[in-house]
Every structure is written in structure tokens, then in C-alpha cells.
Write a protein that binds this ligand. Structure first.
Ligand SMILES: [Zn+2]
Ligand SMILES: [Zn+2]
Length: 292
């Protein structure tokens, strides 16, 4: 019997959490996505503020093991880590994948945040079992039913994208990243892929679902090209060439209100190849077919 990948969005916002009246329906928490396959220990993608609610859910379940994958350590992706209750739960086994060259470097990167200065919790005092897996672009690893591959993205200070496969079903998490070609060139201009786009297209090739950073619209991207974020038309052009089935727009602008995201959702609702939806906090996607 095969299982679908269950993908739940616990935080969909970019840069800073945005609680308030304007973000109630689409969600104000920053990046955190849960990926499950059957009863296997889950994969958690980033630990923005959405991780707090996820943590409470996880400790209420029977499992005591999880994989946490960080794209990078900008604050919107790590805010939630010291509020993620599994790390305070004795007996919990947490493996943390970090873009780094060594286990020591991986530990040191997260340890800079949890050193008693920015938060009272110190990484070395956690009661759970924590292990670090450094990962570099182009590398892969297996854990439970999952095969995970990593690809470096176009973001100030670097960020890592991940492709996760289980039983032939595939999901990619591509945030935070600017386009891989200059404006007017490459796939978004309707031309052949630029050099920098080829490796990303190969990485995403045939994915069932791609979650992609589309924080800006095109005008805003042109004003902030070095800030390391994309726009929907770019993600669409790239995933279309890569023959992706479903594109999920993610890492929403802090200023994007519920009404703005309604408009964005409506704008792309009729699109096919790929199908396009907007990530909404609390939503679960079931990816791939169940069969007996
Ligand atoms: Zn971010
Ligand atoms: Zn970032």
C-alpha cells in the first residue's frame, strides 16, 4: 500500500510574522511546512513562527522522532525554533539538516541564535536528542521513506532548496530565492533557459508539487533585485519548463492582506500546467495517489 505525501502549511509569510486583522484568513506566521508520509517521522521545513503550533500538535502524537530541514537562518525561518516544544521533550530525537560543510559548522550556526543572548534557551542544554546533518548543494540523503536532495538558491547569504521524494511522489521547497536569470532573459522572457536556470529546472523536473518564494510582484522585484526573492510569473515560467504539476506560491509579502492574496489566488485559479495555488496557513495538500 502506498501513501500520499501530506503537506501542511504552518507558516506562509515572508520576512516577519504579521498577526492581525488583515492576515486572519491566509495566515500571519512565518515559514514552516510539515511533510508526512504514512506513519513515518515527519519532515519539518524551516522553523518560522508557524513551528510553535506544529510543535504542540507533534508532541500530542505517538512518534518521538522528526527531521528538521533549514533553508537558511534568516530570522523569519528560525524564530519559531526556541518555541518548538519537541526540543524540550525528553526522549524526542531531532535531526537538524543545515546548509554547512561540517557538523560543527551546522551546530555553530544554530547555536549563534540559541546562546543565551537572543533567547534564554541554550542549544547545548536541550533535553531532547539533537543531531546535525550538514548538507551542501547537489548532495542527497535518505531518511525513512524519504529521499532528499539539496540545491543552493539565489539569496543574500545563501539558502538551500530541497526536493523530497517518497514512493515516486515528489515535492520541492524553494525559498528564499531571486530569479536565476536577469530581467528580459531566460524562461520568464519566453527564451531558452539561462545558464543559471538549467540546474534548477533539472532539480525540479517532473515534481508533483513545488512550493516557491513569490514574495514580490514583478515591479517590486525590479526595485529589489538583490534582496533575494521572486515573483509569480517567474516561478510559473520555471516550473512550466520543468514540467511541474502544481506550483504553490509561498513566502508572502508582510504587507499582503487577505484581500491581496484573494486577488492573487483568483488571478491564477484557472491556470493549468502547472496548476497554481496560493499557500494558506492551516491548509493540507495531499500529493500523490493512494492505492491498495
Ligand atoms: Zn524568508
Ligand atoms: Zn532569507
Amino acid at each position: 500500500m502506498s501513501h500520499p505525501l501530506q503537506v501542511t502549511f504552518w507558516g506562509v509569510r515572508g520576512s516577519i510574522p504579521m498577526p492581525g486583522a488583515d492576515t486572519q484568513r491566509w495566515g500571519g506566521n512565518s515559514s514552516c511546512v510539515e511533510v508526512r508520509h504514512g506513519t513515518a517521522p515527519p519532515i519539518v521545513l524551516d522553523c518560522g513562527t508557524g513551528a510553535r503550533s506544529l510543535g504542540f500538535k507533534l508532541v500530542g502524537e505517538p512518534g518521538r522522532q522528526l527531521e528538521l530541514l533549514f533553508s537558511h537562518f534568516h530570522m523569519d525561518h528560525v524564530f519559531g525554533f526556541p518555541f518548538f516544544v519537541p526540543i524540550y521533550t525528553p526522549g524526542y530525537d531531532v535531526t537538524i539538516t543545515v546548509p554547512a560543510f561540517s557538523e560543527d559548522e551546522a551546530r555553530e550556526k544554530l547555536g549563534r541564535y540559541l546562546n543565551g543572548v537572543y533567547h534564554p534557551t541554550r542549544l547545548r542544554e536541550l533535553p531532547c536528542s539533537v543531531s546535525f546533518r550538514p548538507i551542501r548543494s547537489g548532495r542527497s540523503f535518505s531518511t525513512g521513506p524519504f529521499e532528499v536532495r539539496a540545491l543552493s538558491l539565489n539569496h543574500p547569504g545563501g539558502a538551500m532548496g530541497y526536493r523530497i521524494e517518497a514512493e515516486g511522489t515528489s515535492l520541492a521547497y524553494i525559498t528564499d530565492t531571486a530569479p536565476f536569470a536577469r530581467p528580459g532573459e531566460g524562461v520568464a522572457a519566453g527564451e531558452e533557459p539561462a545558464q543559471g536556470e538549467l540546474r534548477v529546472i533539472e532539480f525540479l523536473r517532473g515534481c508533483d508539487v513545488v512550493i516557491y518564494d513569490t514574495m514580490y510582484d514583478y515591479g517590486e522585484y525590479l526595485e529589489k533585485m538583490t534582496w533575494g526573492h521572486s515573483y509569480p510569473e517567474y516561478a510559473l515560467a520555471l516550473t512550466k519548463v520543468a514540467e511541474v504539476s502544481h506550483l504553490v506560491l509561498f513566502h508572502h509579502l508582510p504587507d499582503a492582506s487577505d484581500e491581496d492574496l484573494d486577488v492573487l489566488s483568483e488571478k491564477w485559479s484557472a491556470h493549468a500546467e502547472p496548476r497554481v495555488t496560493v499557500a494558506r496557513e492551516g491548509q493540507t495538500l495531499s500529493v500523490g495517489q493512494t492505492s491498495k
